[in-house]
Design a protein around this ligand. Sequence first.
Ligand code: SAM
Length: 269
Amino acid sequence: MDGLTSDLDSEIGRRLSKLVNQPQLVRWILEEVSSSFSQQNQEPAALEMARRFNDGEPIQYIFGHWSFRSLELKCDTRALIPRPETEQLVDLVLDSLKALQGRRVLEIGTGTGAIAISLAVEVPGLDIVATDISTEALALATENLDRFATQSTVKFVLSDLFESLDKELKFDLIVSNPPYVPSSSEIPPVVRDYEPHVALFGGPQGLNIILPIICQAQNWLSGSGARVLLEIDESHGSAVVEAAEVAGYSGFEIFQDLAGKDRFARLTY
Ligand SMILES: C[S@@+](CC[C@H](N)C(=O)[O-])C[C@H]1O[C@@H](n2cnc3c(N)ncnc32)[C@H](O)[C@@H]1O
């Protein structure tokens, strides 16, 4: 490593450790500056990163990139930081695509493009349409897509839920990690003060986006057996199952995340 080691005992390491009391984070900052900055700029860059971190900014926005499955995604305040749970949602999508032998995928609320681009990189021959209501998020998703060689096509569409989609389209699978935080929830300042609220909050109970997705998705599914995969708030399992029952889905299952919390719903048309 040029001039700087990611060793906490290096001169910058010692200085950083006084400012940021988390050894793993200090290591990350050291690695980041040694790979992105010339030797003479590494110390000021590291100290500036520590200052921003101490001001409460998420480390993912400070670095400007973050990993999601096999991807290193560009990451900034235009979109939600992709979360580890959502990597599991992609696994559920992959299982369903195998079971269905499906090819046509719709994502609602793509943000950085994490889900859609992962699918396009990992699976050959998919036709993926990915929407978002935020022009800023779609600009970031497009920048991310341009950075990867994909085996499938991805088309981004500015749309409020299904509103601007071509009415002829049908999908074998619809996936969404919608905004699901109830608007009155107390959430940590590092999330509340930096991440886009349109990506976080789903109305008073957190269900304002997910319920219309459940109700309307069947109009866009290719036929019997087609599926909807959703990331949900841990408290929303029964509301989601009830909505799926009322909407007439033939199957509905809830899956847990690695922390054992209800986190995903799989609905079958
Ligand atoms: C929780 S974020 C998920 C982002 C990304 N898919 C991920 O998993 O990291 C929800 C996304 O839905 C978008 N969104 C919110 N309301 C929407 C709507 N009515 N129609 C389409 N997208 C919406 C937000 O802009 C945001 O990008």
